[in-house]
Write a protein that binds this ligand. Structure first.
Ligand SMILES: NC(=O)c1ccc[n+]([C@@H]2O[C@H](COP(=O)([O-])OP(=O)(O)OC[C@H]3O[C@@H](n4cnc5c(N)ncnc54)[C@H](OP(=O)(O)O)[C@@H]3O)[C@@H](O)[C@H]2O)c1
Length: 274
């Protein structure tokens, strides 16, 4: 799809990957609808986009993606403003990364499912009839390596991203005959605000090696490339594909590495306590 003049909704556009994705659409001359809760951040990005000079335009919608009425407002306002929706990037999401028994049932568990899963499903459900009517559209869903591999402290986040994976795979097979593409992107670690909201407490140095870390801009560029040239799945950086292979065909080995190199050293004191 040529993105010039196309109407794109980007959820979670107030920071990180969503913000970078919106900028990338604007560079290509798209009309971008920016959605998130922090409206001040969206408005300053909108100003920047309106001044970019590629014919790009921005429209801000304050929306909590956990709320159906806000999602309805997002879709209705987009149609009122621009008359159509060509592209939907379901990017808004967050993780709370702790041992399952430490997670708050509502603020951590329910909230992650509400935004990361229900937000994606409900936004797509409301945009789809328009795309079907247009007989064209592109949907890019933000997954994660956690949508392919489960690692300790990522239980709920991983469940949410596995749900995005399954939802998107089924949807892709439903909507292709209408000229609608569904692509999935699976980034590894990305330097954004994500970690600061995740409540990570770690004793070991287990973390993504620096050379594997991505910038939000790299992921934003990948999202726009997926709109231009859809793909079923895109793992970035590609080296993570090796871990996915190992997890699929040698799960016992991956279990052992996770348990012995992460869970046991992290929980050593608790395991020793009577
Ligand atoms: N960073 C990583 O390592 C990484 C790796 C793989 C995948 N991802 C995925 O990439 C996506 C973007 O994350 P990021 O890394 O860019 O983190 P980020 O900088 O924290 O951005 C998260 C975005 O989601 C929005 N959001 C969160 N809760 C929301 C809610 N209830 N309603 C509306 N918007 C909400 C935030 O906006 P407001 O707070 O203003 O609402 C913000 O714009 C997420 O789906 C994340 O799971 C991240």
């Amino acid at each position: 799809m040529d993105i010039k003049g196309k109407v794109a909704i980007v959820t979670g556009a107030s920071s990180g990957i969503g913000e970078a994705t919106a900028r990338e659409f604007a560079r290509g001359g798209a009309k971008v609808v920016l959605a998130a809760r922090r409206v001040d951040k969206l408005e300053s990005l909108a100003k920047e986009i309106d001044a970019i000079g590629t014919g790009a335009q921005a429209h801000v919608v304050q929306a909590d993606l956990a709320r159906l009425d806000d999602i309805e407002k997002l879709v209705n306002e987009t149609v009122q403003k621009f008359g159509r929706i060509d592209i939907l990037v379901n990017n808004a999401g967050f993780g709370r990364l702790d041992w399952l028994e430490n997670l708050d049932p509502v603020k951590d568990i329910r909230a992650q499912i509400d935004v990361n899963v229900m937000g994606v499903i409900q936004t797509t459900r409301l945009v789809l009839p328009l795309m079907i009517k247009q007989r064209s559209g592109s949907i890019v869903n933000m997954c994660s390596m956690a949508g392919l591999i489960g690692t300790p402290t990522y239980t709920i986040y991983s469940a949410s991203k596995h749900a995005v994976h399954g939802f998107s795979e089924a949807l892709r097979r439903e909507v292709k005959p209408w000229g609608i593409d569904v692509s999935l992107v699976y980034p590894g670690g990305v330097v954004t605000e994500f970690a600061s909201h995740a409540g990570i407490k770690r004793k070991t140095k287990a973390t993504t090696p620096k050379f594997m870390l991505l910038t939000a801009e790299q992921v934003g560029q990948a999202v726009v490339k997926l709109v231009r040239r859809p793909r079923r799945m895109w793992i970035i950086p590609w080296m993570w594909g090796f871990t996915v292979f190992m997890n699929r065909f040698f799960p016992g080995f991956v279990d052992s590495v996770n348990i012995n190199r992460f869970t046991v050293p992290e929980r050593e004191d608790e395991l020793k306590a009577k």
